[in-house]
Design a binder for this molecule. Structure first.
Ligand SMILES: [Zn+2]
Length: 77
């Protein structure tokens, strides 16, 4: 079977994929952030990340003071 076909994306059934550019790894971390210039203070944006990209994404947000927390990504049940 072809190995490099694009799989259909389903929010419900596919595992979350890392938000880092070009990364197709399964995400296991949720990087929670908020841009106070764009979002209400209680609004939470989430980037999901693989183990490799959790830190770079968190750092990217932290230097802008957008980072709220990083937590393990749990599948909704
Ligand atoms: Zn990644």
């Amino acid at each position: 079977m072809p190995a490099c076909q694009t799989r259909p994306v389903s929010d419900r059934e596919s595992p979350a994929i890392c938000a880092a550019k070009g990364c197709r790894a399964a995400a296991i971390w949720a990087v929670v952030w908020n841009n106070p210039k764009l979002h209400a203070p209680d609004r939470e944006k989430v980037w999901v990340a693989c183990d490799e990209h959790k830190q770079p994404l968190a750092d990217h947000l932290a230097v802008r003071s957008f980072l709220k927390r990083v937590e393990p990504l749990r599948a909704a049940d």
